[in-house]
Design a protein around this ligand. Structure first.
Ligand code: MG
Length: 155
């Protein structure tokens, strides 16, 4: 068994869709990035890559590459799982924490679990997603951005 950790941040801006955990959430701000900027999926990809000692998401999908412009991050997760599969690894479970002051994440968690489980060909029970505010402290508390932490166990 091997464990990996991932962390990511994206800035919240006007005029962008908000995608978190493969789910589009209605909000007046969205995350800025070269891809769809799904910070939860990016943290998860880094946790999975880290567990397999396969570098990081920026190494495999550079933000200078026009192929990844505006890409659905679920495709990146699918590709990460393919890379793990090539090394003979399977997912045990993963656990993601999303740090955001707003919008409320909790109502969307079951849909995120289903989306991510489908990408990773596993069950929603293997994909834990949690949400927290940071008590109005720091850049997440000021709603300047959203952060996500993830751990993954593979075998
Ligand atoms: Mg990112």
């Amino acid at each position: 068994m091997r464990i990996g950790f991932g962390y990511d941040v994206h800035r919240l801006v006007a005029g962008r869709e908000l995608w978190l955990g493969g789910v589009r959430i209605e909000h007046e701000l969205g995350l800025l990035g070269h891809s769809d900027a799904d910070v939860a999926i990016h943290a998860l990809c880094d946790a999975l890559l880290g567990a397999a000692c396969l570098r990081d998401i920026g190494y495999h999908f550079p933000d200078t590459d026009p192929r990844y412009r505006g890409i659905d991050s679920r495709k990146l997760l699918y590709e990460v799982m393919r890379l793990l599969g090539e090394k003979g690894y399977r997912l045990g479970n993963c656990d993601i924490t999303i740090c955001a002051e707003r919008p409320k994440i909790n109502p969307h968690i079951p849909a995120m679990q289903r989306e991510l489980a489908e990408c990773m060909a596993c069950t929603p029970d293997q994909v834990s997603i949690k949400a927290t505010t940071t008590e109005r402290l720091g850049f997440t508390g000021r709603e300047q951005g959203i952060a996500a932490h993830a751990v993954a166990l593979i075998f």
